[in-house]
Design a protein around this ligand. Sequence first.
Ligand SMILES: [Cu+2]
Length: 421
Amino acid sequence: MSDRVTPRGLSRRALLAGTAGAAGWAMLPAGSSVGSAPQARTAAVAAVPNPTTEVHLAGTDGWVSMPAGAPPIPTFWPDPLAPAGSNLYVFGFRDVTGMTPDQVTAQRGKAQISAPMLTFDQETDIKIQLTNLGLSQRPDLVDGHTIHWHGFQNAIPLFDGVPELSIAVPIGRDFTYFFRPLDPGTYMYLCHFEDVEHVQMGMTGMLFVRPVQNNGTVDLPKGKYAYNCGDGSTRYDREFAFMMTEIWAEAHYRDAHIQVTDWTDYRPSFFALNGRAYPDTLAPNGDPMTAPVDPRLRYQPISSLVTCNSGERVLLRLANLGYKNHSVTIDGIDLTVVGKDASLLRGRDGTPHYAVTNTVEIGPGESRDIIFTAPAAGTYLLYDRDYASLSNSGGGGYGGQMTEIRVSPAGTLAPQSGANA
Ligand SMILES: [Cu+2]
């Protein structure tokens, strides 16, 4: 942030002492992306053991698209200020890892929703950099941004993104620190600055911490596991994650048009999986940096389409950062809930308390880990049981929080390259 922090006090010992809880943190000297002293930066990097993953996120505003065929909401949606092909004003994060300072700056006004999905390995050091690019549509609004790592136990408040207790990043600055996740599971991250507004505007994303058990144990082969289960019961072949949010078009309009929102009037107009409402949920993954198949979804790049082979074990990671409860159903497939809120469902004596169901309840700020065995080839629906969440701006037909599970005959699809691929 604005003040330089001397790296001298940051010994390896001090860092390790700070990791006694479930997450470890350390800070790098920071300034603007352009002008920080490289020597100081190098010294601090050397003080931290083995950063294996680097993530650079930028916070800014932008424009996205809810399904074009939805009935208009007079005055508020589609937003008349929206550039061609988009219809909704948002705030969001972009993954700018590896970009030059000029490339990072060029992403101002190009926010994406949902935020990039992050994958960390348990007990490794992650280098996080957050840059605040400001808001191109609202230069009058001087809001900071933060990253709150939601669900991590015993996080150090200074680094945890709640502005009253922590460091927030002002416009034109950045903040770099280290982070060591100690407990595997499905988490969320979000901006906690003016949080009702910034969360609603789109600054929400998902984060998975992969268990050390993935490296194999004396009893289990190397593989993909949701948790350190010890018995292989959380093994999976493919994983798909769904960030569930609600979009109140009025509030987004008011932010774009320099008006104030009364949040007690909250009445969402769109319901999203990974920042898209059905049928857009089915469109393939995109990349905001390249010309997409569907330009309308350029800044909503995360697909919610589930594809798998019959007989495979599929992990669904659900997270809810809307303000309402949701009930996720898949007709015709038994779902085994193995984790809640980044905790394996086990008793103190190790007895599994997995729940078999076809409907999973999930409240705001909660996550669920669900495993199912893919049934016979065919198409199955995953949807919110609340019909209000299944329409776009109250119109007829299906919309909102729905997607498809397309099961191919055994052996058809190649192994998955990453979550939601
Ligand atoms: Cu923010």
